[in-house]
Design a protein. Structure first.
Length: 177
């Protein structure tokens, strides 16, 4: 294959959305200058050798495991403490992944309890995914999240949000309006 043909193939691969996902994982895990290195590579999260050394192996796994171009899917590590590898990764919708990431950040901020909302009718509902909850009830995800995390207090569109906090065996309620 002539050098120009190889370059054309290389450019075509780099323009694939999946390649950008692959490249992003490598950057988060191995590039100390990446803005997300501290929460991935800095915490010891790596990419398995078979993926790290071969984009086409990653691409093959992705397609066999549900990845379809332009469908809004995002790679997710099932166990956030484990590495990027075939047994720990899956493809989920971007909003599901975003909700999981928010829950992870919330847990890292020492919020270890369940999240709840009291709807305008007075019924208590547990929130397991802020993005899905917000979408279901046509609420702004950021407004809900800020109230759950105590950055903003008070009612929002008739809803009251709170979090159960269990520390040292004692349960308390946080952020209730």
């Amino acid at each position: 294959m002539c050098k120009n043909a190889k370059e054309v193939i290389r450019i075509a691969i780099r323009n694939e959305k999946l390649y950008n996902v692959y490249y992003g994982i490598k950057q988060r895990c191995y590039n100390k200058n990446s803005s997300k290195y501290d929460i991935y590579g800095g915490k010891g999260i790596t990419m398995c050798p078979e993926w790290l050394n071969n984009y086409f192996t990653f691409k093959d796994w992705s397609i066999k495991n549900g990845y379809v171009e332009n469908t809004g899917l995002s790679i997710d590590r099932i166990d956030p403490e484990d590495n990027y590898n075939p047994k720990n990764c899956r493809w989920i919708s971007f909003s599901e992944n975003s909700g999981r990431a928010n829950l992870g950040r919330q847990k890292n901020k020492s919020h270890n309890g369940k999240m709840f909302a009291i709807n305008p009718s007075g019924i208590i509902e547990e929130i397991t995914n802020v993005s899905e909850f917000s979408r279901t009830y046509n609420l702004n995800r950021s407004s809900v999240s800020h109230r759950l995390n105590g950055r903003i207090n008070g009612e929002y569109k008739g809803w009251i949000f709170y979090r159960e906090n269990t520390t040292k065996g004692v349960t308390t309620i946080e952020n209730i309006a």
